[in-house]
Design a protein. Sequence first.
Length: 400
Amino acid sequence: MIRLVVWITLPSGERVRCGEVVCSAPHGNGKVDGAFRYTAQWLGHPEAFALDPNVLPLSEVEFVCDRPQGVFAVFEDSLPDDWGRRLLIRKAGLDRGRQNLPNLLLAINGNALGALAYYEESFDPQPQRQACVPELESLVNAAMNYEAGERLENSELELLLAAASSPGGARPKALVRDGDGSHWVAKFASTKDMVAMVPVEAATLALAQKAGLNVPEFNIHRCGKHKVLLVRRFDLCDTGGRRHMISFQTLMQAQGHYTLGYTDLFESLRRISDKPAIDLPALYRQMVFNALIGNTDDHLKNFCLLHDDDGYYLSPAFDLLPDTADRREHVLHFNPDFHFSGFKRLVDLGRQAQIAGSEKIVEEVRSALSDWKEVYRHWSVSKADMQRLSYSIESRLRKA
């Protein structure tokens, strides 16, 4: 039996014991039985809110988890995927029999993105080494050696484990802080990259900003012969507090191979957002941008809501890239096409979602992307990479 106390850090910086997760040991088939209950302290708190408004409403009842992992999806949102999860397993020394969600949450403690932390009892975080921006060159080298399967020196492993927390995704990334107290997600090149992803992603973020999307602050940091993309964390408050995060994959209870589209996101956002007049047009603009730039990796974990004193609202756009892998099909469909099928389809989707001025939004995004090559050159994307991406982007802009 594993018991986790869930703590939340509010935007003010106040920490509150908000709930408890109880899980059984894995059965022979790997299934874990689990449940969650809010604490009386959280239910009585003046700033209390539902951690998952769909499946965990504020209530005194015990919520039994029907997922085979035994942990509600909102808590799994705290964990990294793939690359980061392998590092977390190594950091915690988890053998094969203990590599399940409850143990991973216990291993991540308070080092996750978002506002939640997981402890066996009281909030008593042990002082941990944090990676700093000046150490990025050493961190990049350690990440490359780790990804290549090479044996790491103790100092390299210590640095990598200090930086590895809960950024999702399959590519190498880490959490670092700067001397001015700012915190960043550092995104590295990978040996599996088909293009130089760091300048390409930076250029795509710049295009998104030009197209009117809300994107986090970002810059490229040079580390010797390597480049690192730094994206400012939007889950942290200037007051020292945190913002709760929940992915659309969790909100829509999607697991495994799902068939969902942007209209499903609009409906979910309309129900949950406390700022729908702002969030719905923003999500629509992001959909249009994804369609025109070819961001086919538009899966549900790449969209999330934040929570602050005013309630739930759409996060800044992140993980924006053109179709570097030549997938052509989007993860989310455009009702019903998984391929972008042109200007009219985008405008029709906007009208169906009751987005005011949808045609104007499409025109603004298309206009911003018309000089994509100039923006990519500004961010030092190579001629070869631009040539590789050109057919996909240009053909989409012609359809628009």
